[in-house]
Write a protein that binds this ligand. Structure first.
Ligand SMILES: Nc1nc2c(ncn2[C@@H]2O[C@H](COP(=O)(O)OP(=O)(O)OP(=O)(O)O)[C@@H](O)[C@H]2O)c(=O)[nH]1
Length: 705
């Protein structure tokens, strides 16, 4: 994964503006985002994180949910230090606690493609409504996670309550943010379900993108009032009327009263606020009914337990109430109830229509998951709110400590991360080649990379990660069906009748010049063409069905690279399908290396075998002896390469018999990027375990970079 990640990090655009180096907040820390944010409260992190460029590896990774990926211990340190300063900043926030009648509440979210200006607009809305003072926004913000900074991920708000006066009546506007990456589309759907309306922000110099489409459809399914907003009209290249037409044609949304704005220049902001009040319906006043509150986010706080963010749909909830989580079946007493303004501010009671948080000494986010319904223990609602889904990991990989002594630490770290991440699954795995480790399940590749990186950075673990695998469904000869997420555990050919693999539907949006290139790419990945539509004269949407396994590797990188960054995509899981799959094994120096086994389509076995052995030859450093590298199906060798020996004296000093010395060397390598795992007598670098993902011809990749 290391290479993959590096590539990913380095594809970040240059820092924007000078925010990068602006003044630091002394008590907090080490670095900054180039987007601004508001002051950190002592206990809250508002963060919506995203990649600032549509040309990045992940199309719309907007916020991986602060909560889920933030380190609690570190966070807690920072929090307590900064407590007093931020409390002071928000004394004015009390003012926002004034209650307004339900008919004066508006709950909305912002839907936008990456880089179209969602965070800039959100910041402006907060500023204009006086929720956060601009001075505070520029100077104080929080970042305690290297990961976010290096990836250009921004910390932004999660949910914020604003006051706005319209026709001399006070309104309470709740902005609920949505994560932008496909790995988290379930969470997007829950955030949208907590709203009555949404701003659809489209860059007037660009146009509608795949991720925007997916989220608008979600909003429309949830019966949200969608307000089209054309952003960046200050740009010379802005063509709002063309883009309006595009929105009408592609989405079928009436844009006659679309708002033109520039979030950056502060143009159109009042119009947007007014439209929110006028066009988005107020919540239903159902405060008399039994409590039902929809959880749209939750995160683990080392001191207070899980903090749950929710929208009250029916009823009321107050401090001290015994609350019951309908999906998890857990109950707790509410220690604290409050609103997000945008820092956490305690209130006595929250009514139907309101958005807020609860802390109740909840031990793990699994007890209070996104999508679950909160009700009262003694006066339970008859039915939970619709739409709750269990998290199903789609992608699995093995994580092995380089140093076997770190196994218990790895277990501890995974357990800690899981407290805050209900979607992370893991179980112990033993491999003869790799020793003791864990097989871990993730929502998608991004989720996987984030977890891996956190384990290494925050818990100081040196890990070898095996190539990601999807979950296969294997029909065995004895009529059993087993799920297999680990290629090396695939039942022998004699013991299985058929294999099914997960299939996804992929929708790509691309300028017409790249249609050919993307069709070629999809076909190479066993894509099944479904549909092509011209959504405007120059842009088309392409729909394919494709095995998930073909997508988990570098499909997205390839899509970006072959379209010079202009195409965007979105995928969704549609089901399982039988496929002619076989297991390809790798022998290094005559020894089977299970973690290098992969499941491939029979038609591709030879070419993958050849490319894989060649790639491994490049990646594995030469040893003192000649090393054969072979790819086999069963016992049949289908491709082979050999690594020639290097002269003994060169390596003697490193690879002598001295174990402790060798260990030291390994440690050193682990610290640098060169992580190695000894497989038999051969040291295999981390990159080799990911080789199967990187079989694409380098040349085509580089040419277009
Ligand atoms: N010229 C101009 N630039 C804008 C405007 N709004 C946002 N931008 C710029 O567009 C870039 C992306 O804006 P963001 O607000 O970060 O967009 P986002 O959709 O939240 O993207 P992420 O934060 O990466 O998720 C930034 O460089 C902004 O400064 C605008 O109205 N006019």
């Amino acid at each position: 994964m290391a290479t993959n990640l590096k590539l990913f990090l380095s594809s970040k655009p240059p820092p924007q503006g000078n925010h990068h180096h602006c003044g630091r907040t002394p008590s907090i820390s080490h670095h900054h985002h180039h987007h601004l944010l508001f002051p950190a409260s002592n206990r809250t992190f508002y963060s919506l994180q995203s990649f600032p460029s549509s040309r990045n590896n992940f199309n719309s990774y907007s916020r991986s949910r602060r909560s889920r990926y933030r380190v609690c211990s570190k966070a807690a340190d920072v929090q307590s230090k900064d407590a007093s300063a931020s409390e002071a900043t928000f004394v004015a926030g009390r003012d926002r606690l004034l209650k307004v009648p339900t008919e004066n509440i508006r709950n909305f979210s912002i839907i936008a493609h990456i880089d179209h200006g969602k965070s800039t607009l959100a910041d402006k809305l907060l500023q204009v409504t006086g929720t956060v003072q601009s001075r505070d926004m520029k100077e104080q913000f929080l970042d305690n996670m290297d990961l976010e900074r290096e990836r250009g991920i921004t910390i932004k708000l999660q949910a914020a309550r604003m006051r706005f006066t319209h026709e001399s009546k006070p309104y309470c506007l709740n902005l609920i943010d949505t994560p932008g990456h496909v790995d988290f589309s379930y969470e997007v759907s829950r955030s949208l379900a907590a709203c009555e309306g949404a701003l659809l922000v489209v860059d007037a110099s660009q146009g509608v993108e795949a991720q925007t489409l997916a989220n608008v459809y979600l909003a429309l399914e949830n019966n949200l009032e969608v307000i089209p907003v054309l952003n960046k009209i200050d740009l010379p290249g802005a063509e709002p009327s063309r883009v309006v037409q595009e929105i009408e044609e592609v989405i079928g949304l009436d844009c006659s009263n679309a708002i033109y704005c520039s979030a950056k220049e502060g143009i159109g902001i009042n119009e947007i606020l007014t439209a929110i009040v006028q066009r988005i319906p107020p919540p239903l006043d159902s405060a008399k009914k039994p409590l039902r509150a929809l959880i749209f986010d939750s995160y683990y706080d080392a001191y207070r337990g899980v903090i749950v963010y929710f929208r009250v749909i029916d009823g009321t909830v107050k401090k001290g109430d015994r609350i019951y989580f309908m999906a998890s079946g857990k109950d707790y007493f509410a220690d604290e109830v409050g609103v997000l303004s945008p820092n956490q501010l305690q209130v006595d009671e929250l009514y139907a229509g309101e958005v807020g948080y609860i802390s109740a000494s909840i031990r793990s986010v699994a007890d209070a998951r996104v999508g679950d319904t909160i009700t009262h223990y003694t006066r339970k609602a008859d039915q939970s709110l619709p739409g709750y889904k269990e998290a199903t990991p789609m992608v699995f990989c093995g994580l092995f400590p380089i140093d076997a002594d770190q196994f218990p630490d790895l277990r501890d770290a995974l357990e800690k991360l899981q407290l805050n991440d209900a979607a992370l699954k893991f179980e112990p795995e033993t491999s003869s080649a790799m020793g003791f480790g864990f097989r871990c399940g993730f929502l998608g590749l991004l989720h996987m990379e984030i977890v891996q990186e956190r384990l290494e950075r925050e818990y100081n673990l040196s890990l070898i990660t095996t190539a990601p695998s999807v979950v296969y469904r294997v029909h065995c000869s004895n009529d059993e069906t087993v799920e297999c997420s680990n290629p090396s555990a695939l039942p022998e050919p004699g013991k299985r009748r058929s294999i099914e693999e997960p299939i996804v539907k992929i929708e790509m949006l691309t300028p017409k010049d790249y249609i050919g290139a993307l069709m070629e790419l999809s076909q190479e990945r066993r894509g099944d063409f479904k549909e092509m539509k011209f959504i405007t004269e120059t842009r088309a949407s392409l729909t394919y069905q494709m095995p998930l396994a073909e997508m988990v590797g570098d499909f997205f990188d390839q899509l970006k690279s072959r379209s010079k960054g202009y195409a965007s995509m979105e995928y969704s899981f549609i089901g399982y399908k039988e496929s002619d799959l076989i297991k390809l094994d790798v022998l290094i120096n005559g020894e089977g290396v299970e973690p290098l086994s992969t499941i491939v389509h029979r038609d591709k076995a030879y070419s993958v075998g050849r490319a894989l052995t060649q790639k491994l030859k490049e990646l594995i450093p030469r040893q003192m002896f000649k090393v054969p590298i072979q790819a086999c199906i069963g016992t049949k060798v289908i491709a082979s390469e050999s690594l020639s020996a290097i002269r003994k004296d060169v390596l003697a000093k490193c690879y002598g018999g001295d174990i402790s010395r060798k260990k030291k060397l390994l440690k050193k390598q682990a610290a640098g990027k060169k992580r190695m795992k000894a497989i038999g007598k051969v040291d295999v670098p981390q990159e080799a375990f990911m080789a199967v993902l990187k079989l694409e011809k380098e040349s085509s990749f580089k040419l277009q970079e």
